[in-house]
Design a protein around this ligand. Structure first.
Ligand SMILES: [Zn+2]
Length: 374
């Protein structure tokens, strides 16, 4: 039995660059074709949203924003409230996460399974990457800081009953790490070093590496107390090292009997020095892969001869596919991906301004998840 959908909904909207959220009643969006209407239960906030609202038009004028007044909100979890006439296999009442990555679906890049290469590649509720993103924002103008949002059925990750909506809003960070781990080949026979292990990407990477059966996880970060908290997740499989303690590569070789690691996952924050990446790269074994999912702004230097001699690969990885999202939901259902260590700081929709101020103060606290519950 479906709930009555009201013709008007509450939304936190931004009316212009740099403005705070205002709280408006707006028409509830209509659903048709291959789209679904989601009743938003929880929407994750990322600290960079503040930059997007305040600074992106100046910093990155080539990255389109949704039209103002805009409903932002990237990581949405909720319940399917209505389905378009073309939707099959998704039912009203189903708990879902919505992958916010939109692409046209029909261009050569999309048909090749590379939506990030689409000229319309866009994060709904956040910003666009391509010259055709404004078209995509016309089709899907709003994000999760409202009672309802419309999304394509192809963006749906079905959630298991045991997963909370707040946990599901973490799929953006988790999926970014997961896709990077897969590109690195993480599994039961690999050794992995996670650089920036106590941040939002890093904690997720550790949890996912545990779920993927990685037997030895080398967690590297600055803060000793957060590292101790990571170690407690699996004391026999996780080794920790503070970047204040010396060379990452020297330490990694001592704990791997001189072999080095198969994969380095670089999950550093923007302000981190590139010397950490250079140091960690030297921890790679012959044939090792270094996967970048973080956002350090400094350039990383590498030695092409060492790259050749050691047959090493550098790989960049951005976001994740809906299929990878469904795999993570499956691991939660199976109990192999345990998200119980995450602490959710929840705000009401009317507190969206306070929530955005709060998430900015939590940068680097990888166990904390800031959400708005409309
Ligand atoms: Zn496309």
């Amino acid at each position: 039995m479906s709930k009555t959908i009201t013709p008007l909904m509450r939304a936190a909207r931004i009316h212009g660059v740099g403005e705070p959220f205002s709280f408006d009643e707006v028409p509830t969006p209509k659903v048709s074709g291959d789209d679904i209407l989601v009743e938003v239960k929880s929407c994750g906030l990322v600290p960079n949203l503040k930059n997007v609202i305040h600074n992106f038009p100046t910093w990155f004028p080539h990255l389109p924003l949704p039209p103002f007044p805009a409903i932002f909100g990237l990581d949405v979890a909720g319940v399917v409230a209505e389905t378009g006439s073309g939707v099959r296999g998704i039912n009203v009442g189903q708990p879902v996460y919505i992958n916010p990555l939109r692409s046209c679906g029909t261009c050569a890049a999309c048909r090749a399974g590379k939506p990030m290469g689409c000229r319309a590649s866009t994060f709904a509720g956040y910003f666009g990457f391509g010259p055709d993103s404004p078209d995509m924002f016309r089709r899907y103008p709003s994000g999760g800081l409202a009672q309802y949002m419309v999304a394509p059925a192809s963006s749906v990750v079905e959630l298991p009953a045991k997963m909370s909506f707040d946990q599901a809003t973490r799929f953006g960070y988790l999926g970014t790490s997961y896709s990077g781990l897969l590109k690195g080949g993480a599994g039961p026979t690999s050794t992995i070093l996670i650089l920036g292990a106590t941040g939002t990407l890093g904690v997720g990477a550790v949890l996912l590496a545990l779920a993927l059966g990685v037997p030895k996880i080398l967690a590297v970060a600055r803060d000793e107390s957060s590292l101790a908290r990571l170690k407690a997740l699996s004391p026999t499989r996780i080794e920790t090292f503070s970047t204040h303690s010396g060379s990452i590569a020297d330490w990694a070789r001592t704990v791997t009997d001189g072999m080095g690691v198969d994969i380095v996952l670089e999950a550093l924050a923007t302000a981190a020095p590139s010397s950490l990446s250079t140091d960690a790269a030297n921890a790679c074994s012959n044939g090792g892969r270094m996967v970048f999912v973080g956002g350090t702004r400094e350039q990383v230097c590498f030695d092409p001869v060492a790259l050749m001699v050691n047959q090493m690969q550098y790989i960049g990885s951005k976001w994740f596919t809906t299929q990878e999202g469904q795999q993570m939901a499956g691991m939660v259902a199976a109990g192999t991906l345990d998200l119980s260590c995450l602490e959710h700081h929840a705000f009401r929709l009317s507190e969206a301004n306070e929530a955005l101020d709060h998430v900015v103060t939590q940068v680097g606290s990888g166990f904390i998840n800031v959400v708005v519950q409309p």
